[in-house]
Design a binder for this molecule. Structure first.
Ligand code: OOG
Ligand code: MG
Length: 256
């Protein structure tokens, strides 16, 4: 049984270094007892380090909003992480595999927040918060060896966030039960947006609750990744592409 109390700043530094050096670390669970509040405190310290180096927050991502992802990773509760400009890749842009440890790609739906949401203010209307929707892909790259982590481990590691790409923004529209196709190298995965909490807009409902509980401010223009519609697949060199029926597609070129 681990007995050591978590040193929030020290763990944040280790996870931050693991990302910068593309060198994995062991799960924290064997070493320290971490509760959910501490895990989010580590995430905040980790993201603060990135911001101190000049990165800018661009939004948030949800994880484990589909059964496929919960089953793949053995975690069954929704988590939230932060996105920065250093993680953003332009639609059609290039990404080098060398900056990652063991990257995987996920087909996602992105929403754009249209108003500032104060975590202490009155609960806003969900649909009124969103001003655009787009197809997206997330690149996850757990800093833990072999993607083996506990619920609190993955929260501390900023929910495996590594990179993301958003396609053309469209006016808000219902996107429940739209076919989703992800192609990564030779692998093709089919799914539906309905896998994301029955309807991806429910990701915004969960986000508003989590943002309030975790004191995460949301600002107009922030990107929200609603979570993967299917299990993640390894990111390999070549093209990675996600098509969401009625929303268009998003593509990146992946270099070895
Ligand atoms: C954690 C991130 C999960 C999603 O879309 O469900 C996630 C992981 O699987 O490493 O981003
Ligand atoms: Mg994701």
């Amino acid at each position: 049984m681990p007995t050591t109390t978590a040193d929030v700043d020290d763990i944040a530094r280790r996870l931050d270094d693991a990302q910068r050096d593309s060198a994995d670390v062991e799960s924290l669970a064997d070493e320290v007892d971490i509760d959910v509040d501490t895990a989010y405190a580590i995430q905040e310290a980790l993201v603060a380090r990135r911001c101190e180096r000049g990165e800018r927050l661009t939004g948030v991502k949800l994880g484990f909003t589909s059964l496929a992802k919960m089953r793949q990773m053995g975690v069954s509760e929704v988590i939230v992480g932060r996105l920065t400009d250093a993680m953003a890749v332009a639609d059609g842009g290039d990404l080098d595999l060398g900056r990652f440890i063991h990257p995987k790609v996920e087909p996602e739906v992105a929403y754009r927040i249209g108003v500032d949401v104060d975590p202490d203010g009155p609960a806003p209307d969900v649909r009124a918060c969103v001003d655009a929707v787009a197809p997206a892909m997330e690149i996850i790259d757990s800093r833990y060896r072999d993607f083996r982590f506990t619920y609190t481990d993955v929260i501390a590691d900023n929910t495996s966030a590594a990179a993301y790409v958003v396609g053309e923004w469209r006016s808000p529209r219902a996107v429940s039960d739209r076919a989703v196709h992800l192609t990564a190298g030779d692998v093709v995965v089919d799914g539906s947006t309905a896998a994301i909490l029955d309807d991806p807009i429910n990701a915004i409902v969960r986000l508003l609750e989590l943002a309030r509980r975790r004191r995460i401010p949301l600002r107009a223009g922030d990107v929200v990744l609603a979570g993967a519609a299917t299990a993640a697949v390894p990111l390999v060199s070549g093209e990675a592409r996600c098509v969401v029926d009625g929303l268009g597609s998003v593509t990146i070129r992946v270099n070895p």
